[in-house]
Design a protein around this ligand. Structure first.
Ligand SMILES: Cc1ncc(CN)c(N)n1
Length: 226
């Protein structure tokens, strides 16, 4: 039987995390998040991130809807829709959470302009929404986007971290084991799709993975005011 992927028994996604480890670590251990975990983060950077991420999450809703549509059209496993629908439900809670958190910090959300890195990331999301983008490519990007936040904010929940109490809720939203379980479900869907994808689609999915990492690093840099 043909090996499951170039890396033997580990799935395609795990082999890409391994082969792109430096870029993956830059995205999931960024100084902005390390600053939260050691309590040194500049609160103005956190407030900038909050307002910009609200803009991003609003753009993320139609992107997730496009992944749902692709799952409905192309997936051979009905449970994909259930998992993706769960993600959509939590997104609607998430928008309400952003508005509550912003009022806690007295951060204006209305009339805030997206900064360059945010604009570019949202443009990338829009490119993945096109019907000609394969489901395997879209679900790989979706897994990567969620996993970067899960890995980043779980750093802040380590027993050794000194995350300020007032930032804990933010870190728990994405760093929790529950969100980690959701990311594993997305990885399984992506691996299953990639197992039967053409080499051209596998290449496009890997490119999308690396693009997500680059956009995430730029988004964190933007939050730091760079
Ligand atoms: C920039 C960014 N990347 C990922 C996530 C997690 N959905 C987020 N809220 N914002």
């Amino acid at each position: 039987m043909e090996s499951r992927s170039s890396s033997g028994d580990m799935g395609r996604i795990a082999s890409w995390v391994k082969s792109h480890r430096p870029m993956y670590d830059r995205a999931t251990q960024h100084p902005f998040v390390v600053g939260i975990s050691d309590g040194s983060v500049d609160l103005s950077a956190f407030k900038r991130w909050l307002a910009q991420d609200y803009i991003f999450v609003k753009e993320f809703v139609p992107f997730l809807a496009s992944v749902l549509l692709k799952a409905w059209k192309h997936s051979d496993d009905e449970s994909d829709m259930e998992i993706l629908l769960g993600g959509m439900t939590s997104l609607s809670d998430e928008l309400a959470w952003f508005r509550k958190e912003a009022s806690k910090w007295d951060v204006k959300l209305v009339g805030i302009a997206p900064q360059q890195a945010n604009l570019e990331y949202c443009r990338f999301l829009q490119s993945l929404m096109l019907p000609e983008v394969d489901y395997a490519v879209a679900i790989t990007a979706f897994w990567a986007i969620e996993t970067v936040y899960q890995e980043s904010f779980s750093l802040c929940l380590d027993s050794s971290s000194k995350t300020p109490e007032e930032l804990m809720e933010t870190c728990q939203r994405w760093g929790s084991a529950n969100f980690g379980h959701y990311c594993c479900s997305l990885q399984k869907i992506a691996d299953r799709c990639l197992e039967k994808a053409s080499s051209d689609i596998i290449r496009k999915a890997e490119e999308a993975f690396v693009c997500v990492l680059e956009h995430e690093v730029n988004f964190w840099n933007m939050s730091c005011g760079e």
